[in-house]
Design a protein around this ligand. Structure first.
Ligand code: ADP
Ligand code: ZN
Ligand code: ZN
Length: 801
């Protein structure tokens, strides 16, 4: 038997299967989708992890096949659907197969190697290796070895005193608890008691408990709940004497407490119509895609929940994606309220252990509903009845590293496999999705009203060019401040958005105009006031804030742009009694920080929630009656054809936070471009008009969704080599394209240098191209011969500029 294995090295050279002989004793144990250790590379000691891709009877390899060294899993970690999905994904995104396989697994299952050494002879007493031993003969090596350690190791290895091996660091991360279970009968306990001395109080009490509760079992805490004075030593004694049995039991780490159950609301007519369309597709096993376009607060979530409940009633499962789940805790809560412990939650805010445990609950069929961020698209659910993508327009559904997949494409692909419908929901669908609904590829479902008494807020656009402003604080119009003061007086709450998109918070010299830039990248450093430092958001470089301009020595060097901290300080000066909560990357960096702020605001322990775009989404607070946008314009000036779309989405989303219950809401948008169509139409919550208008512009400019786009980029340490290479690639692509395709470039990337690598790129805009894909696949393959270059092919990149 032959195992075809994908080796865990993401590189061109290893982007194929390698054949290994399956030793006879393993033949009944191996299956595709299992992780294995195999000898790889020079020397017997080099082992790498891999996945069994396929089993076969023959190999085309001419030489002697090496045998599999070890199987790491008792059952496959990836099922047949996932393996097939990985194969498709690798093709579709021009990625290494191993990167796709790894992406589908929780981190705890991804390979990480530890270098370990095994002693063959004892160490001399003064050896620096002694400190690394974790038992008498074995030790682990740190990632970075000092020259002294290196020399010692090499000498010892050459002298045959030790061997070095690569090992998978953490084979499993199952968490165990020690459980004590009564082993003896009440009668035996009574007999044992009679033999004890009278002062053995704890043992006597324990035997009493054993008699009172035959068969009792639990962790030491459970025993101590019954007998508060009981010590661990007594439990150990009881095990030794044969009264109790000690065993290890597996325990799940659960990320949060379940909320109180909540029943479904009776659906409105619009909701009912939408739900029934989805339910009918589910009943017919149609892989139909629905675009649920519903204004903010129209109750899209109730439709999702109803569809998921329907899937569960039919014995199926349901998958729901939300953007960056940490930003939408209220959505997770609503799903848990409805489906309780049927729900598994997957997102980056979980610890590796929590994530692993949630993943296993799904894999074992113990959780039938999954809510998660982008990578939850790969949740190993079986027999899926419906899949949902909330806020489908969000850019966080696209992954920026290999594999550069869009979760929507993965979901649509899985829908065909599972023969189930998909709901894409949004108040502001991406133009791509809305255009597909126009062409009847997707079925459009609309929710045009808010249920019950909730009304859309009144929206006012404030022209900041001639508005009255607070003296010395030009970020605030007096109209906005008056409205905030009113809310304070009425004990209502307000949300204030600071649009930081495209807003550089950099340090500039007022005398010579010098901007402090990163030494490794062509980009200005960002000011972080809390840590008193300048940081590069691309390479992580950090340096102190200079006292004087490094070019002209002027002391008039200061920050530009209004960070949330500064706005908070100014606002506090204007409204001294207001309780302000600031929500931005700094205040939410800690695990659960975002949730804590939201809970606090929900308990009405603050009057104003001030934050960046992370406050725009999904929040539903009945007492919020005012939403203010401090600067609507900044995202308009991004050098990106989606700048208007992003601005429209942001303003519509944040406006939707006001007046969600029975109180009338008000929205004030401060802007220097009051006539801009994105701002005007967002203020009317008029998505359809925006769609029409923007489609005209996209058509005129030849942009998506009229064209598909692919970005080809190459980087190298040497600028001239990167430039030469991009022209060479360009000349290979050009001849295979039809006349309807458009090539842009080659050009240096907007930020041409990152981390001392130079980036050059070109963009292909096309409608139908027969030969393009095979050509690009070939370029990827050919690149493997050349070192120092990195080729990146990105379909539908989020930015083309
Ligand atoms: P969306 O996701 O479209 O922005 P939500 O699902 O958050 O809207 O619903 C907005 C509010 O309306 C929520 O407070 C929700 O409880 C309420 N709601 C939704 N559907 C109904 C209904 N059928 N009857 C009463 N209230 C509803
Ligand atoms: Zn200067
Ligand atoms: Zn940098």
């Amino acid at each position: 038997m032959i195992a075809q294995v994908i080796i865990d090295i993401p590189a061109q050279q290893t982007n194929r299967t390698f054949d290994y002989a399956v030793p006879p004793e393993l033949e009944t144990l191996v299956a595709p989708g299992m992780r294995v250790l195999v000898p790889f590379g020079r020397g017997k000691k080099h082992q790498r992890q891999g996945f069994i891709w396929r089993l076969a009877n023959q190999s085309s390899f001419k030489g002697q096949l090496k045998p599999l060294a070890e199987i790491l899993d008792l059952a496959p970690v990836l099922n047949g659907e996932m393996l097939a999905l990985a194969g498709w994904l690798a093709q579709d995104t021009f990625s290494f197969l191993i990167s796709c396989l790894q992406t589908m697994l929780p981190n705890a299952l991804r390979a990480s190697y530890q270098r370990r050494f095994h002693l063959l002879t004892p160490l001399p007493a003064d050896s620096p290796l002694t400190a690394l031993l974790d038992d008498p003969t074995n030790g682990h090596l740190p990632d970075e070895l000092s020259p002294l350690l290196l020399r010692t190791l090499r000498n010892a290895e050459q002298a045959g005193q030790l061997t070095i091996a690569y090992q998978v660091a953490q084979r499993t991360k199952v968490k165990h608890v020690t459980v004590f279970t009564v082993k003896i009968s009440p009668a035996a306990a009574q007999a044992a008691q009679s033999e004890l001395r009278a002062n053995a109080h704890q043992q006597i009490a324990l035997l009493n408990l054993i008699q009172a509760q035959p068969g009792f079992s639990g962790a030491s805490a459970a025993w101590q709940a019954q007998l508060p004075e009981l010590t661990g030593a007594t439990l150990t004694t009881a095990v030794k004497k044969g009264w109790l049995q000690r065993s290890e039991q597996e325990q799940y780490r659960r990320p949060n407490q379940l909320p109180q159950p909540k029943a479904a609301l009776p659906l409105t007519n619009e909701q009912q119509t939408a739900y029934q369309a989805v339910a009918a597709a589910m009943a017919d096993r149609r892989d139909q895609v629905f675009l649920l376009e519903g204004i903010t607060g129209s109750g899209k979530t109730e439709v999702y929940l109803a569809a998921m409940a329907d899937a569960l009633r039919q014995g199926k499962t349901a998958l729901m994606l939300v953007p960056e789940i940490a930003l939408t805790p209220q959505m997770v809560q609503r799903v848990q309220e409805r489906f309780q412990k049927d729900v598994a939650v997957l997102h980056s805010g979980l610890s590796a252990g929590e994530r692993f445990d949630e993943w296993r609950r799904i894999e074992r069929g113990e959780a039938r509903v999954v809510v998660g961020a982008r990578s939850a698209a790969f949740a190993p659910l079986q027999n899926i009845g419906v899949m949902i993508i909330d806020e489908e327009h969000e850019s966080s559904y696209k992954q920026d590293d290999m594999p550069r997949y869009h979760a929507r494409d993965v979901i649509l692909h899985r829908a065909v496999t599972h023969q189930c419908p998909v709901i894409l929901g949004s108040a502001t669908p991406s133009l791509e999705s809305r255009a597909r609904a126009q062409k009847k590829v997707y079925q459009l479902l609309r929710l045009t009203k808010r249920p019950q008494t909730a009304h859309l807020p009144t929206v006012q656009v404030l022209d900041m060019r001639d508005a009255d402003k607070v003296a010395g604080k030009p970020s605030f119009s007096t109209v906005l401040i008056t409205a905030l003061q009113q809310r304070l007086d009425r004990h209502e709450q307000s949300i204030l958005l600071l649009n930081r998109r495209g807003y550089a918070n950099f340090v500039m010299c007022r005398d010579c105009g010098n901007v402090i830039k990163c030494p490794n990248c062509d980009i200005s450093l960002t000011l972080h006031r809390d840590i008193q430092a300048l940081k590069c958001h691309y390479c992580g470089h950090q340096e102190p804030i200079p006292q004087a301009c490094p070019v002209c020595q002027s002391r008039h060097i200061r920050d530009f742009g209004a960070g949330t901290q500064r706005i908070e300080l100014e606002l506090q000066e204007i409204l001294p009694t207001a309780r302000i909560l600031r929500m931005d990357v700094d205040t939410t960096a800690r695990k659960g920080g975002h949730q804590r702020l939201i809970d606090k605001f929900g308990r009405q322990e603050a009057d104003i929630l001030l934050g960046t775009q992370m406050i725009a989404k999904g929040l539903d607070f009945p007492n919020v009656t005012l939403v203010g946008v401090i600067n609507a314009d900044t995202s308009l000036s991004l050098p990106d054809f989606r700048a208007s779309e992003k601005t429209f989405q942001l303003l519509t989303q944040v406006s939707g936070r006001a007046g969600r219950a029975d109180k009338q809401g008000q929205v004030l948008i401060q802007t220097y471009n009051p006539d801009n169509y994105a701002i005007q139409l967002a203020s009317h919550q008029d998505y359809e008009a925006f769609y029409q208008r923007e489609m005209h512009l996209r058509h005129a400019g030849g942009y998506p969704p009229y064209y598909y786009t692919i970005l080809v980029s190459v980087n190298h340490r040497q600028e001239d080599l990167a430039a030469q290479k991009i022209y060479q690639l360009f000349r290979q692509v050009q001849p295979v394209l039809s006349p309807t395709a458009v090539l842009l470039g080659p050009t240096p990337r907007m930020i041409a240098r990152i981390n001392n690598q130079y980036y050059y790129q070109f963009i292909i805009k096309y409608k139908h191209e027969e030969k393009l894909f095979t050509t690009l696949q070939r370029l990827v393959l050919e690149m493997q011969q050349e070192s120092g270059f990195q080729l990146r092919i990105d379909r539908e990149p989020l930015q083309i500029s």
